[in-house]
Structures are given as C-alpha cells and as structure tokens.
Design a protein around this ligand. Structure first.
Ligand code: 7UC
Ligand code: FE
Length: 293
C-alpha cells in the first residue's frame, strides 16, 4: 500500500487490494481517514457483494432511511443514478448536490462515507468537492467564532425530499409532514469535537442547517450567511474527481461536501456505503448504528 498526502486536502492510496484486506488493515485505514479526512483509493475493482463485505470491516454499514435509494439486492448500497438497470429505475438521480454532511439532520449522524463512481459522465469534472471544517474553524474571523461557539444549530433535509411515484396528488404540506414523521430534524453543536482526535470542527452546511438555536431570527440569518460565504469561498473548496477505479472515503465530522459537474441528461451512477464506526459522532452522543439491521 502506498499513501500519498495531497498538498491541499486528503491523501491518495495506491497499491491495495480492498477485496482481501484484514480487519486490522481496515482499522489502520480508519486511522488514516481520521488523520487525512479524505482518502482517494485508486485501481479499485469491486462488485456489489465485494463492496459491502469490504465496508463491514470498517464498521456497521448503514441502511438509508428511505428505501427508494437502496440497491435492489444490497440495501446497504445507496444508489445515485439516472441510468435504468434491467429496464427499471433504480436509486435516485442527482443526490447530494447541496453543501452538507451526511445525516446531519438526524440525531445520530453518519460518521464515514464511501462513494464509488460506477458510471462516470464524460467531460472530466464530475466529482465530489469538499471543505475542511477543521481548517475553516481555525481560520474563522474572531468575531464570527465568538458569536457561534457554544451555540447549537437545527438541521433539516425536507427541502431535498425527492418526490416518488406514489406521491402523486399529495400536497406539498402533506409531503413535508410525512417526511418529518421519519426525519423531524436535529439539533447539534455548531462546533463539534472529534471523538478520536479531539480536533474541533465547524458543523454547519447551507444544505441542511436552518437556524442557530436560541438566537433571534435576524441574528441567526446574519451569522449563517456569513458562515456559508466563508465556507464556500472557492479558495476553501477541494475537488476529488470521479474516474473509473476510484473509491472515495471521508470523515463527515471534519468535512462538508457536495456532488458536482454532471450535465443534464449525461449518464451517471455512483454507489455509496455509509459506515457507523463504533464511536459516538461527537462526545456525549451514543455509539451510532447499533440498531442497523
Ligand atoms: O437525495 C439526497 O440528496 C439525499 C440527501 C437529502 N441526504 C443524504 C444524507 O445522507 O444526508
Ligand atoms: Fe452526501
């Protein structure tokens, strides 16, 4: 195995057969993802069963709360896809195109994410972009940091609900109510501590973060607008390009991300597996994922 840190963010990993790694090697790679925040594996060739088996060595694979995202044979695989499979629509097209951290809108967020591009549109800009939330907190203007330290934010994903065939004739309000029955949203500290390294990171995103708790509406809007402008400054944004044979692996406690670069109508498919890593998302939360089937 050869691990090469990138000058910007993350590290590239070459010369590794993920099909045959041991649980101990997986633990070492987990330590590497906590350290580097993002790992980009190269030369990866795993089928669905291999992929799920590999993921189990890192922790408990997640089953996404909405079944229409699931791969028909492997419910642990979250399918982002616009190409029919065996004549059927599988998964959801155009997921994760807003800045977010996975499952931020749940009380127990998702610690680690694998994304494996399966069909990569031509053009070369399809990828996932990331912002380092540890570096962002460190670089934040003092007055902004002082204003948000100690606060909590409320997160909600209802505005990204993808309408399903069975939703026909339902009102928007009814759809929102149904979504909130399963995922009512969640409060989290605006600055979280990493349970393994103790690093502090900002934990907000313009996709999911709705407001700062116990702060006036005006003040909340003002602070969040400043935060998002700061975070989304192109100088803070790092690209991991999708290529055949690439597998991305990142730490949701230290990065926010979004999918980029797909032109309308271009075929695109990726397979995500979320990992509960046996550690609370931040100190004080329970160890997540124990109730995954
Ligand atoms: O369709 C999507 O963009 C999925 C998004 C609302 N949630 C992904 C996640 O794990 O937070
Ligand atoms: Fe995501």
């Amino acid at each position: 195995m050869k691990l090469t840190p990138r000058s910007s963010l993350g590290a590239d990993v070459h010369d590794i057969d993920l099909r045959s790694i041991s649980v101990r090697e997986a633990q070492a790679l987990k330590a590497a993802v906590y350290e580097h925040k993002l790992l980009v594996f190269h030369g990866v060739d795993l089928d669905e069963a291999d992929y799920v088996a590999m993921a189990r060595k890192f922790g408990v694979p997640q089953r996404y709360f909405q079944r229409h995202y699931h791969h028909p044979d492997f419910p642990q695989i979250f399918v982002s896809n616009n190409v029919p499979m065996g004549g059927n629509k599988v998964g959801v097209a155009g997921t994760g195109r807003m800045w977010h951290s996975d499952y931020q809108f749940f009380p127990e967020p998702l610690p680690l994410t694998f994304v494996m591009p399966k069909i990569v549109p031509s053009g070369g800009t399809r990828g996932t972009v990331f912002v380092d939330m540890v570096a962002a907190l460190r670089d934040l203007p003092n007055d902004l940091r002082d204003a948000i330290v100690g606060t909590r934010c409320f997160h909600d994903a209802v505005y990204y609900y993808k309408v399903q065939p069975f939703d026909i004739d339902k009102g928007i309000g009814e759809l929102m109510e149904e979504f909130h029955r399963e995922a009512p949203g969640a409060l989290h500290p605006t600055v979280i501590e990493h349970p393994v390294s103790g690093r502090q990171a900002l934990y907000v995103s313009s996709g999911f973060t709705q407001r700062i708790d116990r702060v006036s509406h005006e003040q909340s809007r003002l602070l969040l607008t400043r935060l998002f402008e700061f975070l989304e400054d192109p100088a803070r944004v790092h690209q991991a390009t999708w290529e055949p044979g690439v597998l991305l692996f990142w730490d949701n406690r230290q990065l926010m991300h979004r999918a980029t670069g797909q032109l309308h109508g271009q075929p695109s498919r990726s397979y995500r597996i979320g990992i509960y890593d046996g550690t609370p998302f931040y100190p004080g939360l329970p160890v997540t994922g124990e109730n995954q089937p």
